[in-house]
Ligand binder design. Structure first.
Ligand code: CUA
Length: 155
């Protein structure tokens, strides 16, 4: 009889947690606009360096304190490896991979993309504090994975 009561209790706790988590997800996506980084477009992975804007990887200024960073992930580097912006800048990272699956995380920010061959990922971040932000590949991509890094320098 006692065991039966406990079982009901555990089921109730499980049910409440499930509903609470679903509400938390809903709240995050509706109230705070938190989404998975979008796949904005597709690209022929064999022709990345021939396809604009990836034929000229790097930083472009698109407005006052607004930039687009066109980045290519490849074994085992980011191209470009370093971008430099003044503080207070908003940077949209637009990135893809030319070979295998890579990750791209700008440490200490919400920029966290999967670089998937054939897809273009995008994520925007404002940099208010000066400093150096490491860009790391967080997806195992082969023997040189741990050397694949870059940085954002905010001046
Ligand atoms: Cu690229 Cu790990």
């Amino acid at each position: 009889m006692k065991v039966h009561t406990y079982e009901k209790g555990f089921l109730a706790v499980g049910g409440v947690l499930l509903v609470a988590c679903l509400f938390a997800l809903l709240y995050a996506s509706v109230a705070h606009g938190i989404r998975l980084p979008g796949r904005v477009a597709t690209i022929d992975p064999a022709r990345v360096y021939q396809t604009p804007p990836f034929d000229k990887p790097g930083l472009r200024q698109v407005g006052p304190r607004e930039y687009v960073a066109v980045m290519v992930g490849q074994a085992w580097a980011f191209n470009p490896a370093e971008i430099r912006v003044p503080r207070g800048s908003t940077v949209t990272f637009r990135a893809t991979s030319i070979d295998v699956l890579h990750g791209m995380n700008v440490e200490g920010t919400r920029v966290n993309l999967m670089l998937i061959p054939g897809q273009i990922g995008e994520s925007t971040q404002r940099f208010d504090e000066p400093g150096e932000f490491l860009i790391i590949c967080h997806e195992y991509c082969g023997i040189g994975h741990h050397t694949m890094a870059g940085k954002v320098i905010v001046e």
